[in-house]
Structures are given as structure tokens and as C-alpha cells.
Design a protein around this ligand. Structure first.
Ligand code: GCB
Length: 589
């Protein structure tokens, strides 16, 4: 649960400039760098990916341990409270000390973790917080990677097509709650005609207390109340949460002590809506929904993958300008601020884990990865699978209450045409469904595993396909692309499931023009999109189109990438390419 300020809780943001040190010899842990000030004088912004902040290639490409440290005064008013240290993310894993005591350890770069530090701090006094982040990717991490020996030393390799930005990308908090407190809250909403239902479950820690819940509308008027740790509230004439109408109620969960006083209070924004897959339709509130939008990235100059509210609002403004109603959090869980904004704006989200690059048939885009087998005792194995399962659980635990989230994507373009892949993924679908029985689950299929060959799509509720007809195949030949794409989709249509085209796109160098549609030109990007759209419009089971990508983004260096991936409808600094105007015409009508 995110830190909050409520009648019983207070939070203190620890963002700012932290001490920062790289640890290329890996000595900091044994030398106990957390026992005192970090060596060196370097400072780093939190939140930020560290890579592009420093003007040094050795820092940008660094992998290994990197240390962050700050000193914070614990508010004196927190005496007697439970005090918690919360990190919204540390990419890709971290160990945290408060003073000289290790308080937390976490694997996975995009989900939050926290530690009860009550016993290790004194309200009114300062305390040193040290975090060692480790950004090395291996076959035991999600996403995977490998460290290879080269003529110039050890190099980090990975098979996903975006730069391995790392560090403390999101906020760090200290917060206080009463000892008896709400520890989790889950809502499931339903509709019965014009009546809405809000099923809730409140979990409590730290002692016996009664639970009381109040649901208020957006104007603050009470519309339903309940008591007990779980129950169902009904709302007559409910204002539904719907695409384009991010109406939110406020659910307050209160713990009440023996004297009737409020022991703890926590608030949750609730959008009342339903999601259902029926045949080849994707229904929101019982109505067919067609996804229009993008696969995105958290990616900006200087700050890398850091969350930034100005960029958040700007990106959503551009989504609205262009007429998008949805996006996918390709290829990792985004900041929870992004999901809260999607809730408010009525933007629909496909929420994805960081399981990208589990495919040795691909690498840095579409080719490569040679020299490894995807699934084997030495590469992705049952330990990897458990790390992956935990990533799914943590994603769902964090995002289960967001009305904007309508579909879980448990992986992007993994190997899926082999028996090993089938065995690896089958239990992971169960993990997702157990964690959330209310939303459909899928994974994103790559064109190397077409219809008839893919052995994993049988487990999904929805087919999510990334296809590059006219780019990686049929390059420059849009007539062949149209023919081949339609033929493939006719195959998938026989599965009787909704199809979302989760990626299609063409690299486009802004300002590159051509009288005839020539790859890399702005004209070609438009012609490519129009060709794809003709295909989608002619296949009934297609219920969505997400262009790859919303904006140009940073990648590793490679002969297929010119200053990063250039498939954006917008440039990296969010200026429209000609295709953005074309998409706007299609999507806004
Ligand atoms: C894909 C990947 C995406 C890449 C894209 C590309 O299929 O899912 O991460 O960036 O292709 O542009 O090659």
C-alpha cells in the first residue's frame, strides 16, 4: 500500500540529492560502507536513473553495485508510531541499511518494497539510510541478461531493446502509521444495471480493531457504509468508471478501537467497472472496447527511467491529443503515479511485468541472442521461473485496485514455440489467476512463434501479437506486408479469442523525407501504419491497435539503432512526427 497522509498517518519524502558511489571492485559490502559516509564526493539525484546524469561512458555502462546514502531527521511527532521505510523501486535489486542494521533486501527492479524500521530510529533524531543497488542482469533475474568476457573486459549483455537504466528511479519515503493499522485493502467492483457493487477486504496488523468503511463520491458525499473486515457495498445510480471518464469514488477504511476512536484510516480511489472477455470481444462495462494507443516506455533525456510529474502530465496530454484511449506498460511495471493518473484520466492500461528478453531467438530488437538456449538448467530455469512468479505476484499486489488496469501481460515476446516454453509458462498463468481471478491474463507473442507454432497462447484469455510486416519482414514492400499479415491473422482468428496488436511500427528518422514510401522516412511510417490499419479493419477478432512506440527511446548501441529506437510517433522530446498527425486523424475521426 502506498504511503499516505491521512487522519492517522504521515509521510515524508526523501527525494533530493543523495551521496552516490560506484563500487567496481565490489568491496563496499565487505568493507561495510553503510557504517559511515560513502567514499568519494559524488552526489546523485533521487529519483533518477544514474546512467545519463554523469558525463562519463564508464558510468553510463556501469554494472555491479552502486551505493546511495542520505541522512534524514525522523519527525519528532512520530514517537510511539510504527515507522516504515518505503522504496518505490530499486533497479534491479537492493539491500537497505538504517544506521548499521540491514532492514530490507529486494529482488526486482520495478515494484516497491519496505521495512518496518521502528526499532532502528528515534523520532526527533537523524538517521543514516544506505542503499546498495545492483543492476547486473543474469539468467536469475527478470529481465534476464548475461555478463560476458570481451577483449575489453566484462560486458553486460541483454536481449531486450531498451537501455538498462538503473538506480533509484522513483521516490523513497519514510512514513508513520499507528501500531494497529490497515495492512492491505482489496476491492472488486461489479455492475447490476444502474447499481454498482464494491466488494472490499481489509487486512489488519498490530492488534484487534473493528473495521468500518465509507464510500464517498467525487464530491465527498457519503454513498455507502459498511462494517467488518470484508463485505459488499452497493451504490444506486452508480457513476461508472469508463474509458474517457475516469470517475473515482473514495473508499475510506477505518480501524475503530474499543472507545469508538479511529485507530487508523486509509483511503483508496475506486472506479466501479467490469472487465470481461466474451468470444472475440473485450468488454468494459459490458460494452465492446477497442484499444487505440501505444506501447510506451518510461524514458527521457537525462533522467532515464525516473518518474517525473511534468513528463507524466505531458505524456497523457499527448495521448489525449492523438486520440489514444489506452497503453501498455511495456516492458515493466511503471511508477504507480502513472497508474493513478490513468485511473483519473480514464485511460485503459495493459499492465506488464519486466519479463522481456526471455528469447534467445531475438536480441536488441529482432535478431541475435545466439550462443544461448532460452530454457535450460544453465539459462532460464526453475529458479528464474520462481523469480518471474514473484514479479507477477508483486505486480498484481501493487496494481490490483486500479480500475485503469484491465489486463495482465506476464511477458513480452518470450520463446513460446517450444515444449520448454510451454512448461515454463503454464504455471505462471496460474500464478496470475490465483493472485487476481477478476482480470484476463495474457502474454505478448512474437512473430517467430506464429499461429500454429506458438504453444503458450493457449493459456491466455486474449491474444497479444507484436507484428512488423513491412518492417522486419517484407521490408519496404507494403503490398506483400498487407497480404502476409492478413493471412496470419486469419489463422489466429480461428482461436476464437480477442486479438490485440500490441506492437506494429516502423523506425522513422524525423525530417527524413521521400517521394516514394522509403523505409525510415516520415512518409513510409504513415504508409506502413495505413497498411496495417487496413488489415486490422478487415479482421473482426482484432480489438485493438497499439503502435510501437509512443516516443523514440534509448537502447543499447547496435547497427539497427540510430540514437536509439526511432519507432516513436513522437520524438524522444515529444515532438510529433508526421505519423502522429495521421494517427490523430484515424483515432479522433
Ligand atoms: C519488439 C519488442 C520491442 C522492440 C521492438 C523493435 O518486438 O517487443 O521491445 O523495441 O520490437 O522496435 O524492434
Amino acid at each position: 500500500m502506498r504511503p499516505q497522509d491521512t487522519a492517522t498517518r504521515e509521510k515524508k519524502q526523501l527525494d533530493g540529492l543523495w551521496r552516490f558511489a560506484l563500487d567496481p571492485d565490489g568491496e563496499g559490502r565487505s568493507a561495510g560502507w553503510y557504517r559511515g559516509p560513502l567514499p568519494g564526493r559524488r552526489l546523485m539525484a533521487v529519483p533518477a536513473s544514474f546512467n545519463d546524469v554523469v558525463a562519463d561512458a564508464a558510468v553510463r555502462d556501469y554494472f555491479g553495485d552502486l551505493w546511495y546514502q542520505t541522512v534524514v531527521r525522523v519527525p519528532r511527532g512520530w514517537a510511539g508510531e510504527r515507522i516504515v521505510l518505503n522504496l518505490e523501486s530499486a533497479t534491479h535489486r537492493a539491500v537497505v541499511w538504517v544506521g548499521e542494521t540491514q532492514v530490507a533486501e529486494h529482488e526486482g527492479g520495478y515494484t516497491p518494497f519496505e521495512a518496518d524500521v521502528t526499532e532502528h530510529v528515534t523520532p526527533g533524531e537523524e538517521v543514516r539510510i544506505t542503499v546498495v543497488v545492483n543492476n547486473t542482469l543474469s539468467f536469475r533475474s527478470i529481465p534476464p541478461g548475461a555478463v560476458e568476457e570481451t577483449a575489453s573486459g566484462k560486458k553486460q549483455r541483454y536481449w531486450h531493446d531498451f537501455f538498462n537504466y538503473a538506480g533509484l528511479h522513483r521516490s523513497v519515503w519514510l512514513y508513520a502509521t499507528p501500531r494497529t493499522h490497515v495492512s492491505d485493502l482489496t476491492v472488486v467492483t461489479g455492475l447490476d444495471g444502474t447499481t454498482g457493487t464494491v466488494g472490499y477486504t481489509v487486512e489488519t496488523e498490530g492488534g484487534g480493531a473493528d473495521v468500518a468503511v465509507v464510500l464517498r463520491d467525487a464530491d465527498g458525499a457519503e454513498v455507502a457504509t459498511g462494517s467488518g473486515a470484508s463485505g459488499t457495498l452497493t451504490v444506486a445510480d452508480v457513476h461508472r468508471w469508463a474509458p474517457g471518464d475516469g470517475y473515482l469514488y473514495d473508499l475510506e477504511a477505518r480501524l475503530v478501537d474499543g472507545d469508538g476512536a479511529t485507530a487508523d484510516s486509509y483511503h483508496l480511489k475506486v472506479g466501479v467497472r467490469t472487465v470481461e472477455v466474451r468470444g472475440t470481444q473485450f468488454l468494459i462495462n459490458g460494452e465492446p472496447f477497442y484499444f487505440k494507443g501505444f506501447g510506451m516506455h518510461e524514458d527521457h533525456a537525462v533522467i532515464g527511467k525516473a518518474h517525473n510529474n511534468a513528463h507524466l502530465v505531458n505524456d497523457f496530454e499527448l495521448l489525449e491529443w492523438i486520440g489514444a484511449n489506452s497503453f501498455r506498460t511495456s516492458h515493466y511495471p511503471y511508477s504507480e503515479d502513472v497508474l493513478e493518473h490513468a485511473d483519473r484520466q480514464g485511460v485503459v492500461v495493459i499492465d506488464e511485468t519486466a519479463a522481456v528478453g526471455l528469447n534467445m531467438g531475438i536480441g536488441g530488437g529482432i535478431f541475435g541472442g545466439q550462443g544461448y538456449t532460452t530454457f535450460s538448467p544453465e539459462t532460464a530455469n526453475d529458479v528464474t521461473q520462481e523469480v518471474h512468479a514473484q514479479a507477477i505476484r508483486e505486480l498484481i499486489a501493487r496494481d490490483k485496485n486500479h480500475p485503469s488496469v484491465v489486463l495482465w501481460s506476464i511477458a513480452n515476446e518470450p520463446e513460446s514455440e517450444t515444449e520448454a516454453a510451454e512448461n515454463y509458462f503454464r504455471p505462471l498463468f496460474d500464478v496470475a489467476r490465483e493472485a487476481d481471478p477478476t482480470r484476463p491474463v495474457g502474454f505478448v507473442n512474437v512473430m517467430l512463434a506464429p499461429h500454429g507454432k506458438c504453444r503458450v497462447s493457449q493459456f491466455g484469455d486474449v491474444l497479444m501479437l507484436n507484428r512488423y510486416y513491412g518492417w522486419y519482414v517484407d521490408t519496404g514492400d507494403l503490398e506483400a506486408a498487407e497480404h502476409d499479415f492478413r493471412a496470419e491473422l486469419d489463422g489466429w482468428s480461428t482461436d476464437g479469442k480477442p486479438i490485440i496488436i500490441t506492437e506494429y511500427g516502423a523506425d522513422t528518422y524525423p525530417g527524413q523525407h521521400s517521394i516514394v514510401p522509403e523505409p525510415w522516412s516520415e512518409e513510409y511510417q504513415i504508409a506502413y501504419l495505413e497498411t496495417n490499419h487496413r488489415v486490422f479493419d478487415s479482421v473482426e477478432a482484432v480489438v485493438g491497435e497499439h503502435v510501437w512506440n509512443f516516443a523514440d527511446f534509448a537502447t543499447t548501441s547496435g547497427i539497427m539503432r540510430v540514437g536509439g529506437n526511432k519507432k516513436g510517433a513522437f520524438t524522444r522530446d515529444r515532438q510529433p512526427k508526421a505519423a502522429a498527425h495521421a494517427l490523430r486523424r484515424r483515432w479522433r475521426g
